[in-house]
Design a binder for this molecule. Structure first.
Ligand code: AMP
Ligand code: MG
Length: 302
């Protein structure tokens, strides 16, 4: 497990005004990490990811058995920050029946005809399950804040500050509702630097096996880097709450990001203090009866 003291630096304290320059993108370059060295950190991070994967598989089973809570994991980031890889690596050991991943793209006309939370509500994890939102309703205060023309019919052409403030409020109220009804909400912003994004785009453009990952739209969005950064800062400041906190994860090193995300999820589920349901004495007696009956059977098909 990673020490709480270390994890704290990635947590957005509720009520703070977030400035992303205060959060590192490459943790291996920070003072405390430099002393350890990149090779050591990579080894440790890989070991932590492996441990967390096993713990997460156990935690999910307990989540299912206790049947009182669900977990919603939200991943947001700029393009090529590693959302897909994080999901693949962190969830690798979890029973596929116990987790659901939803990726949200540009909304359809039908979706735009509803309130902005509608399409996400339909994909919330049921009790006992872990749901992952690869992008989420946060897009509706991020990409759409950068491109208000994508808001859809019935929305103001030039939304003012009050419009966005009401959306943050809706999101906070929605997450409060989820928390009150047994959903643990964990939010991760994979924080990648502009230089690292350039390297990853170039890799996609150079390596034929990665060509499919590149879209020209990605370059167009990169040109809005500053506006996105501001939109992220505003959203993180307005919506990091005690019940649904944001974590700003340094994402320039994939192994660091994955280990941190996995560890934070495991710790948060453990903190729910879930217990396997106890079988009442009468039922225990029936289980013994059933066992004796089975043991008393002859072998074969007769
Ligand atoms: P990808 O995840 O690379 O497949 O891209 C999905 C695209 O859908 C991204 O460009 C997102 O910004 C966009 N998208 C997701 N949600 C919304 C939304 N609510 N409104 C507009 N665009 C969105
Ligand atoms: Mg993309």
């Amino acid at each position: 497990m990673i020490k709480n003291k270390l994890l704290k630096q990635f947590l957005v304290e509720p009520g703070t005004e977030v400035s992303l320059k205060d959060y590192v993108t490459d943790w291996t370059e920070t003072g405390e990490a430099r002393e350890l060295g990149k090779e050591f950190i990579k080894e440790r991070a890989t070991a932590i990811l492996e441990e967390s994967r096993a713990s997460l598989a156990e935690a999910q089973e307990l989540l299912y058995a206790s049947d009182t809570h669900s977990v919603l994991i939200i991943l947001q980031a700029m393009d090529a920050a590693g959302k897909d890889g994080t999901i693949r690596h962190v969830m690798a050991g979890v029973n596929p029946q116990g987790c659901q991943v939803f990726s949200f793209k540009k909304p359809s006309a039908e979706e735009l005809d509803h309130n902005f939370l509608w399409r996400y509500m339909k994909s919330l994890p049921e009790r006992g399950r872990i749901g992952i939102f690869n992008r989420s309703y946060y897009e509706d205060v991020l990409v759409v804040k950068v491109h208000p023309e994508w808001l859809g019919p019935g929305s103001p052409a030039e939304p003012d500050a009050g419009f966005w403030r009401r959306r943050y409020e809706d999101i906070n109220n929605f997450e409060k509702h989820l928390a009150r009804n047994g959903t643990l909400v964990l939010k991760f912003f994979l924080h990648v630097s502009k230089d690292e994004q350039k390297r990853r785009f170039l890799e996609r453009l150079t390596n034929p096996e990665k060509h499919w990952k590149f879209s020209e739209a990605d370059l167009a969005e990169r040109a809005h880097w500053k506006s996105y950064r501001k939109a992220f800062e505003d959203a993180l400041s307005a919506t990091s709450t005690k019940r649904a906190p944001w974590h700003v994860i340094p994402a320039d090193r994939k192994y660091v990001a994955r280990a941190l995300v996995a560890d934070i999820i495991v710790t948060a589920i453990r903190n729910l203090g879930l217990k396997y349901p106890e079988v009442p004495p009468e039922q225990l007696a029936r289980l013994t009866e059933a066992r004796e009956k089975l043991e008393g059977e002859g072998s074969g098909e007769s």
